[in-house]
Write a new protein. Sequence first.
Length: 305
Amino acid sequence: GAAFALGGSAGLCLAARQRLREHSAAELPSGSLQLTLYQYKTCPFCSKVRAFLDYHGLPYEIVEVNPIMRKEIKFSSYRKVPILLANAGSPLQLNDSSVIISAIKTYLISRRNSLEEIVSFYPPIKTVTEQGKEVLEYENKYWLMLDEKETKRVYPVKEVRVEEMKWRKWADDWLVHLISPNVYRTPKEALASFDYIVREGKFGTLEGLFAKYVGALAMFFVSKRLKKRHQLRDDVREDLYEAVNEWVKAVGKNRLFMGGNQPNLADLAVYGVLRVMEGLEAFDDMMVHTNIQPWYQRMEEVIQK
C-alpha cells in the first residue's frame, strides 16, 4: 500500500534532482493571486504545475504531502496531488494538473471572468476505468477559455492551438506512462529512485526505511505490470528514446520551442514530466541516446530566468 501511494496513484511519483526554489504567497502584492501547491516533490504531474508557475513568475507556497498518511490534504475529498489552493479575492481549490494549468493560464490572459467562474468551465465527470475503478475526468482540460479576440492573440492560427493541445494530451496519456517502467527498470534503479524519494519527501524515520526498501522492491514488480499494461518493449528505454525523439521532431529544427521563441503549455508539460528523472540512470541514458538535450537545456535556462 505504501509503495502504491509513493508511486503517485499509478506508480508515477519518481525521483528527481530538480531543486525547488522557495516561494511565498506573502510576497505577492495585495489583491494579487495567492497560491498554495500541495504536492509530492517527485510526482511528474506536480512537476508540470511547478514548471508552469515558475515560468510565469507566480509566487506560491509549497506544502509537501506525506504520501502514506496524506493528512496534509485531509480537508479535501479529492485525494490526489497536485491540489492548488488559489485566492483571487475568495479561496478556491483546483484539482488535476492540466485543469490547474489551463485555468490559471486563462485567468492570466483574460480578467473578464473571476477565477471561480473560469474553474466552473472545467466540470469533473465521473467515469469508470477498464479495471472498474471510478475516477474523475475533465474532458475539456486542455482548452483555454478565451473569447475570439484573446484566442487570436494567443493562437494566431488555429493549427497552433491544435498542436499545443495535442502534445499536452500526449504528455499525460503517453509520456508519463514511460517514466515508472524506466526509473524502476532494475532493482538497483528502483532503490536509487526511492532513496531520493525518501530524502526529498515527507516521511517519518520508520516510514522512510520501509518506503526505501520495501517500496523499491514493490515498485520494481509494479513497473513490470505497467510495462505489460502499456504494451512497452522488453527494453523500455527504447520506448522512452522513441517518445522524446518524436517530441524533438515535432518541435523541429526551426523553432527554439514548440511555442516558437518562448515555451508554450506543451513545452512546459513535457519538460515538467521529464525532469522528475533528473539525477537517475534513465535520465542520463535519455540525454546520451536521444536528441532532447538542446531543447531541454533551453527550457532550463528560460525557466530559471
